[in-house]
Design a binder for this molecule. Structure first.
Ligand code: AMP
Ligand code: ZN
Length: 114
């Protein structure tokens, strides 16, 4: 067991609506969606945030982004555009301390973010 929520999801100890998984990453629908498509893409291995990535993690980072891109296509939001964001630390608005990309789509996004 782990006390990290998303390590629990990756281990399938915590139930989630998983839409994709491979050896490196897992993707599941956000429990509190902020857009019609709101999917989280996480590494299976625990990484606290994008701030902890090292050059050795370049393939992992690329994989996370590529999976987000493919899921945007699969969910039908790619043609109209979408947003991929990762929150880092307190001021970044991070609430779960396991690296995750938010894939948000299906509605118009505003800028600047709140
Ligand atoms: P962040 O605030 O960037 O750390 O994002 C954490 C996200 O995880 C939020 O959008 C939450 O709604 C989402 N979340 C929290 N717990 C779960 C869960 N058990 N399953 C799916 N999404 C979750
Ligand atoms: Zn974790």
């Amino acid at each position: 067991m782990t006390d990290c929520l998303f390590c629990g999801v990756a281990a399938r100890d915590v139930p989630a609506d998983v839409v994709f998984e491979d050896d490196l990453v897992l993707a599941f629908r956000d429990i509190n969606p902020q857009a019609p498509t709101h999917i989280l893409v996480i590494p299976r291995r625990h990484v606290g945030s994008a701030a902890e990535l090292t050059p050795a993690d370049d393939p992992l980072w690329a994989r996370l982004l590529h999976v987000a891109q493919q899921l945007a296509i699969a969910d039908g939001v790619a043609a109209d555009g979408y947003r991929v964001v990762t929150n880092i630390g307190r001021d970044g608005g991070q609430t779960v301390g396991h690296l995750h990309l938010h894939l948000l789509g299906g509605r118009h996004m505003t800028w600047p973010p709140g």
